[in-house]
Design a protein around this ligand. Structure first.
Ligand SMILES: [Zn+2]
Length: 439
């Protein structure tokens, strides 16, 4: 679906020419940022997943290379480029920078260091899950007690009503709420409009922002936001696993409002277009920004909706469209909520062990099926995700936990959606990395 578009190109030019330009800084960061963007684009030639989005100048894009050339990764040359940038950044004295430039400086430093880490990865250096997440995302997932999680989940699953295995009983609770495929498109449009409306109550959305939604299949992820520049995103929903009613608002608040689409649009408009900070025209996937972006996307939905408001919206608006009965829905959601944290942490530990080679593919599949009651297809999808994206999975749970902790600290125990939003918006509008939010 598409929202009204107000000549985005012209609008962007107006922003640049009408607003007073920010005071130019003689720190040399603009030049470093341009070289960083070009370096990231060059690395992207050798890894199809690396670049999540690029909306900078076309002429900065390197020429495509042949398959043969792509096999010879120029690690030495790229390593040297990254190290030169780190040396230049090290020579800048943060004390001479204003507050936003300080954030920019540490953001750039962390991103060049992560790019160097990716050069090492593509050069064949094998990192552990822990090292990789530290280098790429600037954070690590605390190790969970696997045995404790396993028995906790087992206890919850055993208490499920019905007949058959835990997986079958879970499926029979879930199946009445699967959205009929012919209703999926309408449900998504209505749900995204509600996420947009609620987000717009707290923030002036960019006037010309727009999205398109597309249904796809055969992907290692559930949904994806492809930011195209000028506050426009393409949102894809993977239909491999039929979505249930409770997932729709989750997906859309994560990918669109107030998650990825809003976040990336604001970074583009506030930083890249208004300040001329070109590093915000590229989003490498394995980078500190992903940690913050996933944290924002995970937390955002719980700020624009309280749990009761969300369930009410689902029951009163979405269920009639889907032609489904709400009977048993609140119980199903309570079970999901109960299970969600423990299963997320246990899935992370299985992913960690699989990535580190402590579990074979067969063993990891078995654990996902036995411990989490995943179907074989879902277990394989979870492991495909690790094969494709390594330790990226920490960005969801650890990113969410860090953002929640930060927001709770900032509101000093007096949590209201409005106060939470104020902190949330400040994060959206500041180029932070994980260390800026840690205690
Ligand atoms: Zn995401």
């Amino acid at each position: 679906m598409r929202y009204s578009v107000l000549l985005p190109g012209i609008f962007a030019l107006l922003i640049i020419s009408c607003k007073p330009a920010h005071k130019p800084v003689a720190s040399g960061m603009d030049g470093i940022a341009e070289k960083y963007v070009k370096l990231v684009l060059e690395i992207g030639l050798y890894d199809k997943y690396y670049i999540d989005a690029y909306h900078g100048p076309d002429e900065w894009k390197p020429e495509e290379i042949s398959e043969d050339k792509a096999k010879n990764f120029p690690s030495e040359e790229l390593r040297q480029k990254a190290e030169e940038l780190l040396t230049k950044l090290n020579a800048i004295r943060p004390a001479e920078l204003d507050e936003m430039e300080k954030y920019r400086h540490s953001f750039l430093y962390a991103h060049v260091a992560a790019a160097l880490g990716n050069i090492e990865r593509l050069a064949g250096v094998k990192m552990t899950f822990e090292d990789e997440s530290k280098i790429f995302y600037g954070a690590t997932a605390p190790k969970a007690d696997v045995e404790f999680l396993r028995s906790e989940i087992k206890e919850m699953l055993t208490s499920l009503p019905g007949q058959g295995t835990a997986a079958e009983r879970l499926e029979s609770l879930r199946s009445p709420f699967i959205i009929p495929s012919e209703k999926l498109d309408t449900i998504m449009q209505v749900a995204v409009e509600e996420c947009r409306r609620r987000t717009a109550l707290s923030i002036d959305l960019p006037e010309h922002e727009s999205i398109e939604i597309e249904l796809v299949s055969n992907q290692p992820w559930g949904a994806y936001n492809w930011y195209k520049g000028n506050a426009h995103s393409l949102i894809q929903l993977n239909t491999d696993r039929p979505s249930t009613m409770d997932y729709m608002v989750n997906y859309l608040s994560h990918e669109v409002y107030p998650g990825h689409h809003l976040h990336l649009s604001l970074m583009d408009l506030d930083f890249a277009q208004e300040r001329g900070w070109v590093e915000f025209t590229v989003s490498p996937l394995y980078a500190p920004l992903s940690f913050i972006a996933e944290g924002i996307a995970e937390v955002g939905g719980s700020i624009i909706f309280t749990e009761a408001e969300r369930t009410q919206f689902e029951k009163e608006v979405l269920f009639p469209i889907a032609g489904l009965d709400t009977n048993g829905y609140s119980y199903y959601k309570a079970i999901q909520k109960q299970l969600s944290k423990s299963t997320t942490y246990l899935r992370l530990e299985i992913s960690r062990a699989y990535f580190d080679g402590k579990l074979t593919r067969e063993q990891a599949t078995e654990q996902l099926m036995n411990d989490l009651s995943y179907t074989n297809q879902r277990a394989n999808q979870a492991l495909d995700f690790v094969d494709a994206y390594g330790s990226y999975i920490i960005n969801y749970s650890t990113g969410e936990d860090l953002l929640h902790q930060y927001i709770n600290r900032k509101v000093q125990g007096t949590y209201t959606p409005q106060k939470a939003w104020e902190v949330f918006e400040q994060i959206l509008r500041t180029p932070v990395i994980a260390s800026d939010l840690q205690e």
